[in-house]
Design a protein around this ligand. Structure first.
Ligand code: ASC
Length: 150
């Protein structure tokens, strides 16, 4: 009897906790969030240089834009199925696969163009390509990512 009561109490507490919080992210969601964070870690310092908030460093720009192009593919390996837990991914990713693939491919083309421009080592040569990558991020987020709810 005593054991049963403990079990019920534990189940009740767990149930309350689940109701209060958001459901956990499933594994593919965690993996793509991590992969997008890695992308952002390369993209942000490039933006600081493009906006002249950080001094121009040609070698660092070349390195990071090359790294960004390599990292850009990884998140898209983790979009196989609609999430079962917390996620900002919209259902349209899976209901409109052609549109989503088009956004993905535009992003790949943009990061590749930025990496190519980055090899020139000049700020003027990368500004337009950087803008195209930023525009590609925004365009896909507008269509396929929900606003933050918290
Ligand atoms: C970022 C970031 C995005 C993009 C987007 C560009 O740094 O987190 O989602 O750039 O805002 O328009």
């Amino acid at each position: 009897m005593k054991h049963k009561n403990w079990f019920l109490a534990a189940a009740l507490i767990a149930g309350l906790a689940a109701c209060q919080g958001k459901p956990d992210m499933d594994t593919p969601t965690k993996e793509r969030v991590q992969a997008f964070k890695a992308v952002l870690k390369s993209f942000e310092p490039l933006g600081l240089m493009v906006r002249e908030k950080q001094p121009w460093d040609a070698a660092e720009f070349t390195r990071l834009s090359g790294l960004l192009a390599e990292q850009a593919r990884a998140p898209f390996e983790h979009f196989a199925a609609a999430p079962t837990g917390a996620s900002r991914a919209k259902a349209e990713i899976w209901s409109k696969p052609a549109e989503f693939s088009a956004e993905r491919d535009k992003f790949y083309a943009a990061v590749d163009a930025l990496a190519a421009a980055g090899k020139k080592g000049q700020l003027d040569a990368v500004k337009a390509s950087y803008g195209q990558v930023a525009q590609s991020c925004k365009s896909c987020h507008d269509a396929f990512r929900t606003e933050k709810t918290d």
